[in-house]
Design a protein around this ligand. Structure first.
Ligand code: PGA
Length: 249
């Protein structure tokens, strides 16, 4: 299976910077043949980035979505617009959204179901705090996030779900450091058991850089990466994607 590399640009880049980086990624020397790259710019940058990506293998993703179809939801962005932009993947339940915007498992579940209903793929983010990890409760916590996040999702739709395991303490924005690849692979193997549906891709995220990418991509069962800060720099993203292509060649 080709590795899935999802670049989560968060609020790191302006519209202009997002377009410039997308253009650089299309240089002739840059050809992620054996990998699937997905760019998740800010909502404001999506339309221009889509124009740059037109006709290429690089796909467009969104960082979030409003589960309601239309109406009085000030500040929200709905699926009709995302679909109109050709969005293929939507990040849901990122730990920053859970913490800073108080997103609950119930809201996250509504988003997952809305995205699946619109024939788009949700990337459900799960992961524990350092406190939970130290208490030995990682598996219990993640099981609950997955069960509640995927509640009432029909089995046929489960196949379209992607999970991203991102230990909160490992995210660079939290001044974190990457998990050890073997530990991440162990949690990911556990996640695959909890889901019970075969071949659901599970990604790792948290302080991935060009230096540690190969270790994570060769660890068994890690199907791809969700990359934040490093994905906002051309040379880093280029190295990460090249590594992913090499692993799957
Ligand atoms: P990071 O972010 O790569 O900057 O640690 C990953 C994420 O939060 O998705």
């Amino acid at each position: 299976m080709n590795k899935l590399i999802v670049a989560n640009w968060k609020m790191y880049l302006t519209l202009r910077e997002s377009v410039a980086l997308s253009k650089k990624l299309l240089r002739p020397t840059y050809y992620p043949l054996h990998t699937q790259l997905v760019l998740c710019p800010s909502f404001v940058a999506m339309e221009e980035v889509k124009k740059v990506l037109h006709g290429t293998q690089i796909k467009l993703g969104a960082q979030d979505v409003e589960p309601e179809k239309r109406g009085a939801y000030t500040g929200e962005v709905g699926l009709d617009d995302l679909k109109g932009l050709g969005v293929k993947y939507v990040l849901i339940g990122h730990s920053e959204r859970r913490k800073l915007f108080n997103e609950t498992n119930a809201l996250i579940n509504a988003k997952v179901r809305a995205v699946l209903g619109a024939k788009t793929q949700p990337i459900l983010c799960v992961g524990e705090t350092l406190q939970i990890r130290k208490a030995g409760d990682t598996k219990k916590y993640i099981t609950e996030q997955i069960r509640k996040g995927l509640k009432n999702v029909p089995k046929k739709d489960l196949k379209k779900v992607v999970i991203a395991y991102e230990p909160i303490w490992a995210i660079s924005g939290n001044k974190g450091h990457a998990d050890n690849p073997e530990d991440a692979a162990r949690v990911i193997a556990f996640i695959k058991k909890v889901i019970l549906v075969k071949n659901i891709p599970v990604l790792y995220g948290g302080s991935i850089t060009s230096k540690n990418v190969a270790q994570f991509l060769t660890a068994s069962g890690i199907d791809g990466l969700l990359v934040g800060r490093a994905s906002t720099k051309y040379s880093e993203l280029q190295k990460i994607v090249t590594s992913a292509a090499r692993v799957t060649e």
